[in-house]
Design a protein around this ligand. Structure first.
Ligand SMILES: [Cu+2]
Length: 140
């Protein structure tokens, strides 16, 4: 019991020191868990069940907007759904990918570029208000 108390006291002191030193912004305590977290996804083999291409990412069009920039893997399948009552589509500004015009509630897919980079896209029906406002980030 005595040892447990000492251990607890030591733990409290350690926590206090860490709390104080965290103000310096070194961030070293988080480094261990951070690297462990990043090694997880990288070490995970891609699922190869059936060979079909799963829906990996989605863009929802609402109020003439595509939402936040979307980050996907090279060649990922991206599902686009239009929630506006007017028709919209997704057309890459460099022509690398596109969907057809989608009515309200309709969905379509396109294949993301295989070259990592940041791609902007627009709506062909509303070039004035939806030009270049969509962003797709391809990250290898
Ligand atoms: Cu549009």
């Amino acid at each position: 019991m005595r040892y447990l108390r000492i251990a607890l006291a030591a733990l409290v002191v350690t926590v206090a020191i860490v709390a104080c030193s965290s103000g310096s912004g070194s961030g070293s305590p988080a480094a261990t868990s951070g690297s462990a977290a990043t090694s997880g996804p990288a070490g995970t083999p891609t699922t190869s069940s059936g060979g079909g291409t799963p829906a990996e990412a989605a863009i929802t069009i609402l109020n003439f907007k595509y939402g936040d920039p979307l980050t996907v893997k090279p060649g990922a399948t991206v599902t686009v759904t239009n929630q506006d009552s007017v028709r919209h589509d997704v057309v890459a500004d460099d022509g690398g990918f596109k969907t057809e015009l989608l009515g309200k509630g309709e969905s379509s897919t396109f294949t993301a570029p295989t070259t990592p980079g940041t791609y902007t896209f627009s709506c062909s029906a509303h070039p004035g208000s939806m030009s270049g406002i969509g962003t797709l980030v391809v990250q290898g």
